[in-house]
Write a protein that binds this ligand. Structure first.
Ligand SMILES: Cc1cc2nc3c(=O)[nH]c(=O)nc-3n(C[C@H](O)[C@H](O)[C@H](O)COP(=O)(O)O)c2cc1C
Length: 186
């Protein structure tokens, strides 16, 4: 059986980025626990052709390669910064270029960051319905983090770490043979 592939997408241009840090933490834990091959991309990895492309065929090879990674993944970790109470327009444009059937039944961990707590439900009110459109399996626990959950662009709060562990545990419904703890630590 081939190694399952986990792909993380951080819908931010910023480097460093809290969203990227959150996605990296979730992807890292999940890869350790389930033995995924993993990769993570942000909007800089997608590149400048995204904004000008009306159709997927107008993307350059760099952007097309990231979309190929997304649609061929066995599971996704999606992270979005919160812009005006929702996801950024360019992140949505990336998702708009994916065909409806391409994410069907894919397990997706949904995560977001924001400056404060006011828009914490954006994961439920914006991200979950977006991937509901694709008939993907968004995992029950959605993860939202605000500025105070990070120190130097690393996850530093206990409640956030605990929520991340919770959602990583939920992947077991789709990948039922976690790497034994001892083997994972070697
Ligand atoms: C244009 C813009 C709009 C924003 N709107 C919101 C918002 O509505 N609610 C919120 O909590 N944070 C908002 N923020 C703050 C960002 O969501 C927050 O700083 C985020 O963690 C940045 O992620 P990054 O470090 O991955 O780029 C906004 C930031 C920008 C630049």
């Amino acid at each position: 059986m081939s190694t399952p592939k986990l792909v993380g997408i951080a819908g931010s241009f910023n480097r460093p980025s809290k969203t990227y840090a959150l996605v990296r933490t979730v992807v890292g834990l999940a890869a350790d626990r389930y033995g995924f091959a993993s990769s993570i991309y942000d909007l800089q990895d997608v590149g400048a052709s995204l904004g000008a492309a009306q159709w997927r065929s107008e993307l350059d090879d760099q952007a097309e390669a990231v979309i190929d990674e997304i649609v061929s993944a066995d599971a996704l970790v999606i992270g979005s910064p919160t812009f005006k109470g929702s996801y950024p327009g360019l992140f949505k444009h990336l998702i708009d270029l994916i065909d409806p059937h391409e994410l069907r039944a894919k397990p997706i961990v949904i995560t977001a960051t924001g400056g404060g707590d006011r828009h914490a439900l954006m994961v439920e009110h914006q991200l979950r319905p977006l991937f509901g459109f694709f008939m993907a399996h968004t995992l029950p626990t959605a993860v939202y983090a605000s500025d105070r959950d990070f120190t130097d662009y690393k996850v530093s709060s206990e409640p956030l770490a605990s929520r991340i562990h919770e959602v990583v545990g939920e992947l077991a419904a789709f990948f039922p043979h976690p790497v034994p703890v001892l083997a994972a630590a070697e």
